[in-house]
Each structure stands twice: as structure tokens, then as C-alpha cells.
Design a protein around this ligand. Structure first.
Ligand SMILES: [Zn+2]
Length: 264
């Protein structure tokens, strides 16, 4: 079974309507043999990949698709947004909260995020943090540096934190900084992307994934960053790792089922 824990709808620029974006995504799930996916909406109302409200509406009644909550703490109504996420957690409509330091000029240690962290603890569901930076925008890494994330992990040992993209290209630095933390998880999204591999090095990516799995086998979940990245290439990356089938099954689905309490 494959659960892709990090997907976005194909861009409206191409598909014109969100309904078409959903159809294209479902078709891709079939082609790539992905059984379930967790969709990450944007945290702004007008977006090419859909807002939280739009994506929630779109997945209604679909048993393959789950949703993460998102919020923008730079908006004055961030507390109202947080309260809404509490209701969505209670209703079982979202399985995590995602934040975007780097895309947004905020740090994971920002006080305005504390209510969201407390919500995640209350519902025993993870906070997912965008990390890393492309060559085009190296300045983004200053906001999502794992040195801030471990401060949160220390302060809230009951908070489950998912580091998305392993802070590429500095994956080794991220591995070393977070090594001691049982409450820090990783998704594999973006790591099979051509540009990410060119800037990071495939050997380094494989090395940190192997080290992380051998030390914390329950803490890596499969993610792709579809529709920006290829699902197939990410499946191939995991399949290329020298590890037992059992461990791959954990990465592909079992860890995610536990972490997000998925009732499949
Ligand atoms: Zn993403």
C-alpha cells in the first residue's frame, strides 16, 4: 500500500477548474498506484492550488483523499483561523496542520504559532513544517532552519513535528541537528526532484534516509510534493534504498497510518 503524505492539487493555471485539478490528481494516483493521499491547500484564499475551504469542499465524500489544515499567522485574524482548525480537527476533516516558514517570512518559533502547536498536541496530530530552499531562493532557508525546529521539539515533547523536504540541500546538517529527537518526523517529498538531487547529491540523500530509518524506523513517511514533483521518481527513490521490505512498508504506509490516525 502507498500513502502519499504530501500532495498539492495540479495548478489552476493548467486545469482551469479545481474539479479538473482533482480529476487529474485522482488519475495520477491510479497511474502511480497510490492508494491514499494527503492534500495540502495553500494558506491564502486565492491560490493556484486551492485554499483550505476549497480543498475541503472538493474532497467531500472521497475516501482516498485527506487534507491538512493551513493557516497564515501574518493575517490579523490568525486566532480565528486557529479556532477554525480546532473545529476541523474535531470533525475529523483535517489530519495535520502545515506551516510555510520560508514561503512566509515567519520562524517556527514565532509566538503566534503556539496556539496551533497546542491544538496539534490536544488532538495528537502532527504539525508539518516546510523546510529547505531552492537555488533561486536560498534566503528562505534562514526561516525554516532546523535549529529553530528543535527549540519547538524541546519545548513541546508531546508535539509530533514533521520536517518536510529534509531541509534540502543541507540534509546532513538537518540529520545531525535532529538526531536525538523522537518527536521529529520526516517526509520524503521533493527529495527525488531533479533540481534537489543536483543541489544536494543523491548519495547524501540516500545516506540520511538510511541513517534516519535505522535509528528511528517509525519516523519517516512517504511524500512526493506532487503535482510539482513526480510520484514515480519518489517511489523509485525509496525502492532504491538498501533496506528490508518491512522497513519500506513502514515508510510507504504504516508510519503514516499511525502518525495521522488514518481510518482507511
Ligand atoms: Zn509541498
Amino acid at each position: 500500500m502507498i500513502i502519499d503524505c504530501h500532495q498539492h492539487l495540479p495548478s489552476l493555471e493548467k486545469t482551469r477548474t479545481l474539479e479538473k485539478s482533482k480529476e487529474e490528481l485522482l488519475e495520477e494516483l491510479r497511474r502511480s498506484r497510490v492508494d491514499y493521499a494527503i492534500l495540502i491547500p495553500d494558506n491564502t484564499p486565492k491560490s493556484e492550488i486551492g485554499s483550505l475551504d476549497e480543498v475541503l469542499q472538493l474532497v467531500k465524500g472521497n475516501r482516498q483523499l485527506y487534507v491538512m489544515g493551513t493557516l497564515d499567522i501574518q493575517k490579523r485574524n490568525y486566532l480565528e483561523q486557529t479556532q477554525k482548525l480546532d473545529q476541523l480537527f474535531q470533525a475529523g476533516s483535517i489530519v495535520a496542520i502545515k506551516i510555510f516558514p520560508g514561503h512566509d517570512t515567519i520562524y517556527p518559533t514565532d509566538k503566534r504559532l503556539l496556539p496551533a502547536y497546542e491544538l496539534c498536541i490536544k488532538h495528537d496530530l502532527p504539525i508539518v513544517i516546510h523546510t529547505g530552499a531552492s537555488l533561486k531562493h536560498p534566503e528562505q532557508a534562514k526561516y525554516n532552519d532546523p535549529k529553530f525546529i528543535i527549540k519547538i521539539a524541546d519545548k513541546f515533547p508531546a508535539l509530533k513535528i514533521v520536517i518536510a523536504h529534509y531541509f534540502y540541500p543541507r540534509v546532513e546538517c538537518c540529520y545531525k541537528l535532529t538526531k536525538a529527537y523522537k518527536n521529529i518526523y520526516f517526509d520524503t517529498s521533493g527529495l527525488a526532484d531533479e533540481e534537489v538531487i543536483a543541489n544536494t547529491g543523491l548519495a547524501k540523500i540516500k545516506k540520511v534516509l538510511l541513517l534516519t530509518t535505522s535509528e528511528r524506523p517509525n519516523n519517516i513517511i512517504f511524500g512526493t510534493d506532487y503535482a510539482m514533483c513526480s510520484i514515480r521518481k519518489h517511489v523509485e527513490l525509496i525502492e532504491s534504498l538498501e533496506m528490508e521490505r518491512q522497513t519500506k512498508d513502514k515508510i510507504f504506509s504504516e508510519n503514516a497510518i499511525k502518525l495521522f490516525h488514518l481510518k482507511l
